[in-house]
Design a protein around this ligand. Structure first.
Ligand code: B12
Ligand code: SF4
Length: 450
């Protein structure tokens, strides 16, 4: 069969498609789906963030992935392809958690990990059969995962990578070490999708990927993991093995990385330069309201100091408008972020992703304000907050962003820069100034910083 994989972009508020000409990393879902497709099929793929989709592309089967607000575009694309006589299959986090709904938009849904079930679906389709929902019944061991062709990453600009030192510093090569997360945060689609399971790949398999990337000239890595340190001893084994490679890497992580001195030391020595950390709230009751109390807000300042001592830049992820927050929380949050010299900030209004406990609770309590999946982005009031009005939530959201990315705040947060990472700090100052300029000139840009 001729299979065409598609990763859609999301709609902007005015209805246009969000596009970019440059992106700092690339998901590897599409080349990975190609790698796990059994031999004998012809596979092509396209990521709409940077490339246009040809709805008349000659193929027998279209496979669509989607995350977050991309789902609205994904459903529209599925309808377009179906109208042109193509069979459409969808997969990924969102459709896994809404399999019945998603099936109304396409011919079949792959729910869960595709490794075991995708060959079965293809065999069925080749024989003219279709079970509709193909649910993976077990987790893959993650041992000896098929290799992707790193040169085919959909968002990698190969020519720019060869010719521009700046682009080489900017582009982060994606690598997966683990899947899942054992924590119970109720809003989180990851723990829901993985049912709080957690697995790591064998360290030698990850090293093979890292060597491949090095051989292509890459030295900046982005771990696509949600919480690579969930098994600290496994993470230590990886970090120890990475030290001789001399790479720089970034990842998401829980704040627990700052609370294990050996882990933090190994992370820094293996090249960790920045971490996106879900602090979520500086308010203990707000953390409790979504079962993220393991974060222990009162320890944040000490934790951030520990990370700073190693020169690790922190990208703070914060939710505003949780139960427990009031209008007064915004000012305190901003002061905390500036006083603790956080390098970069992503704010989120609470998002009730379908399938999560949070969505279930908000539905039961009649608090969902918007059912348009295309608005399930970072900055739309999607739930009725308890300690403020939705308008106050959005005003506070803007107020924190405006204050955080003001020139005064940027100066305060980067002077002095963390020890030993001058170049990284400079890159972050530039990124901060870019956001400052962008927010100043785009009224509706607040929901799209990524
Ligand atoms: C890397 C990543 C990103 C990157 C790169 C994305 C890119 N397009 O380049 C960045 C940081 C940019 C990003 C952005 C966003 N992301 Co993101 N991202 C991830 C992350 C951490 C890993 C995804 C990944 O590549 N995994 C590795 C691949 C191999 O696995 P996979 O994609 O799951 O695919 C497997 C199966 O799902 C299945 N499958 C997937 N698609 C398909 C399609 C078909 C046809 C088939 C057969 C099978 C199949 O097969 C694969 C093999 O088993 C996930 C968390 C997670 N662990 O899933 C979040 C995640 C997918 N992101 C999410 C979200 C919400 C976003 C954002 C809206 C912002 C945010 N809150 O983080 C934006 C949206 C971007 C946009 N423009 O709309 C949510 C999605 C929630 C949901 N219910 O949809 C997740 C689950 C994180 C979370 N905490 O909730 N993201
Ligand atoms: S720690 Fe992060 S990835 Fe894990 S369940 Fe909580 S929000 Fe999800």
């Amino acid at each position: 069969m001729r299979i065409h994989f598609v990763s859609p972009t999301h709609y902007e508020r005015g209805g246009g498609l969000h596009k970019t000409t440059r992106y700092w990393t690339s998901a590897l879902t599409l080349p990975y789906l190609k790698a796990i497709t059994p031999p004998g099929h012809e596979v092509t793929f396209v990521d709409e963030l940077m490339h246009d989709i040809d709805l008349d592309h000659e193929c027998d089967l279209v496979g669509i992935t989607a995350m977050g607000p991309q789902i609205a575009r994904a459903y529209d694309l599925a309808a377009e392809f179906k109208a042109r006589g193509r069979r459409v299959v969808m997969g990924g986090t969102w459709v896994t958690l809404t399999a019945e709904e998603s099936l109304r938009h396409c011919d079949a849904v792959v729910a869960g990990e595709a490794e075991t079930i995708w060959p079965e679906l293809l065999a069925d389709f080749a024989e003219g059969r279709n079970r509709g929902i193909y649910r993976a019944e077990k987790w893959h061991s993650l041992e000896r995962l098929p290799k992707i062709d790193y040169e085919s990453l959909p968002l990698l600009k190969r020519e720019a990578f060869r010719s521009s030192a700046l682009y080489r510093m900017y582009f982060h090569w994606p690598v997966v070490f683990s899947r899942g997360c054992p924590h119970p945060c109720e809003y989180c689609a990851v723990q829901t999708y993985y049912q709080r399971s957690f697995r790591t790949r064998p360290v030698e398999d990850v090293l093979e990927d890292l060597h491949t990337i090095k051989s292509l000239g890459g030295n900046r890595i982005l771990f696509l993991d949600d919480n690579p340190i969930a098994h600290p001893e496994k993470a230590k084994e990886l970090f120890r093995a990475m030290i001789p490679l001399g790479l720089k890497w970034a990842s998401q992580s829980t704040i627990n990385i700052a609370r294990d001195p050996e882990l933090l030391d190994l992370a820094a020595r293996s090249g960790c330069v920045s971490l996106s950390i879900g602090l979520e709230s500086i308010n203990a009751p707000s953390l409790r309201s979504v079962r993220k109390e393991f974060n222990q807000a009162p320890r944040f300042s000490e934790d951030l100091r520990a990370l700073r001592r190693y020169g690790i830049q922190v990208i703070a992820l914060i939710m505003v408008g949780l139960d427990g927050d009031t209008p007064e929380t915004f000012g305190r949050t901003l002061r905390f972020l500036v006083d603790n010299k956080v390098s970069f900030l992503k704010l989120f209004t609470p998002c009730p992703y379908p399938g999560t406990k949070f969505h279930e609770d908000m539905t039961r309590e009649g608090r969902i304000l918007d059912g348009d999946w295309g608005r399930y982005d970072y900055g739309t009031p999607l739930i009725q907050p308890t300690g403020m009005t939705p308008e106050q939530m959005i005003d506070g959201f803007r107020q924190v962003y405006e204050g955080f990315y003001s020139v005064g705040s940027i100066l305060r947060r980067f002077s002095p820069p963390p020890r030993g990472q001058l170049l990284e700090s400079l890159a972050y100052v530039v990124a901060n100034l870019k956001v400052h300029r962008y927010l100043g000139s785009n009224d509706d840009a607040w929901a799209t910083i990524s």
